[in-house]
Write a protein that binds this ligand. Structure first.
Ligand SMILES: [Fe+2]
Length: 213
């Protein structure tokens, strides 16, 4: 075998190693009307401001569900919730923020009952055991921490751009805003960033009964 052939063999081996596994991003069989989703979002942001999760940079959430009759259950840290991260060179895992009783967030907030999100919530609730349902903002040129969450998350992208990617483990994926529904394995280490110049907005629900292999 000459040198040229050896290189081809080695390149092929590397190619095999680079085959990506997207099984932590699972597209669901339901689909919603993207125009109605965006209209509902526009309706809500006319009167509601994003919660900053207790003063966290580049974090914004509008909760669509709450603990019945308890508007405080969606404020400050409760708009965010517990996660685990590896913040420094030691690689040691630490937990941040507060634990959330996801299953208690069963009430769709009455202020939004006249929006398309109510229909979306009812449909999703009939198919999944949901925890909190939030609209999450990711501002341009911003990222999350490298972290893992207690449970998988359901995503419906409302506004996005090609520079918005979610990274789970070492696999990155863009989820288009076309009414599709995704469940992502947030129990693995992950991140999301917006490398565009416009806001990225997703409807994100905690899913309590979804199992990844
Ligand atoms: Fe997360």
């Amino acid at each position: 075998m000459n040198i040229e052939n050896k290189n081809i063999v080695n390149l092929n081996l590397k190619k095999d190693e680079k085959i990506l596994d997207f099984s932590d991003f699972q597209k669901q069989s339901i689909k919603f009307d993207i125009n109605k989703l965006q209209e509902a979002y526009n309706q809500i942001v006319q009167t509601k401001k994003f919660e900053d999760g207790g003063g966290i940079a580049h974090f914004g959430a509008i909760s669509l569900t709450q603990i019945p009759g308890d508007p405080d259950s969606v404020k400050g840290s409760k708009a965010r919730g517990v996660y685990w991260t590896k913040p420094d060179k030691s690689g040691k895992e630490v937990s941040r923020d507060i634990s959330i009783d996801e299953s208690a967030y069963s009430e769709f907030i009455p202020d939004y009952e006249n929006t398309y999100f109510k229909e979306v919530f009812d449909t999703l609730s009939s198919k999944y055991k949901l925890g909190r349902v939030r609209i999450l903002l990711k501002e341009p040129r911003s990222t999350l921490s490298w972290h893992r969450d207690p449970e998988p998350r359901l995503h419906i992208p409302l506004i996005t751009n090609p520079g918005c990617l979610m990274v789970i483990d070492n696999v990155a994926k863009h989820m288009p805003a076309d009414g599709s529904v995704w469940v992502t394995n947030n129990t693995k280490y992950h991140n999301a960033f917006n490398g565009g110049e416009e806001n990225r907005v997703h409807l994100v629900a905690c899913v309590l009964d979804y199992k990844f292999n």
